[in-house]
Design a protein around this ligand. Sequence first.
Ligand SMILES: *Cc1c(COP(=O)(O)O)cnc(C)c1O
Length: 329
Amino acid sequence: MNSQDEEEPTTTDNNGSTKHEEGQVSDMSGTSAAMDKVAAAALRSVLQRVSQAAEKAARGSQQVRVVAVSKTKPVSLIKQVYDVGHRCFGENYVQEFIEKAPQLPEDIEWHFIGNLQSNKVKPLLASVPNLDMVESVDDEKIANHLDRGVGNLGRKPLKVLVQVNTSGEESKSGIEPSGCVELAKHVSQSCMNLQFCGLMTIGMLDYTSTPENFKALANCRSEVCKALGIPEEQCELSMGMSNDFEQAIEMGSTNVRIGSTIFGPRDRMEHWDVAYEFLKQNSLRTHRNLGIIIFTFATAQMFALCLQPKRENECSRWWKIYFQGIDLG
Ligand SMILES: *Cc1c(COP(=O)(O)O)cnc(C)c1O
């Protein structure tokens, strides 16, 4: 399952990938070449921690895939981690993804881990032929779009995970746990160009997770496997990020998504993500309320027109007031 290789290839000379964008490495003294090795060293330490956690849980480290989450990070830095043998990377913004992926080697196994809108499916599939997995399928509509998109391109089936909202927080993407069986069934039985591979969760709204989130995802897996009649080993659990991947592995994760611990802290996102989710949720609410008000008013108008009273009628005066304002003359 693992594609990374902890040994540094001897032939690597890091050509073209040595210039650093600002803010990457702070105050380490030494040559720029040494500074460029920071992400590679961080990866190595992550892989070590992963294999220790796997051992502790009596599982092999080959059973846990490490997705290096490179969102917001420059191509040069991704190349550095690629050059020490890592092949699995994750991105979560389509626009950024389709700009970066074509500049990087084709043997990268890309995971898309972000919110996917149906109008972005086509550009995503077209720009990233080496897209290996979409971890964030959370409704039938997006599954159908992906299925059709892959079919039209005639590429090999696309692996997908069903994203589950295990925190109960309203605005987070991901399907409710109660809906995961139905969606998993839909993907595996009605989407011929998709390969259902398991379940994914982010955890809480602030991108942290609790043991309850991990347990909830494992419970979903039990139900899904029972319903589909497949062994649990055939259903992956993508859970655990920089701050909690060891615990996630001990609780059964097969796929950890690790960003900041490998690539360093991000300057943007996260807080913006949360703010964006908040705005989206609230502006949706505002739109809905506006819609209700306009609909109610329009309906009242229609009724008033239909029920237009005869001239002499007592109601006629009120009707006139309603439609023509205070014009009692
Ligand atoms: C950014 C991101 C991660 C990585 O988060 P870190 O805490 O930096 O490891 C993992 N999963 C998803 C879906 C993300 O968007």
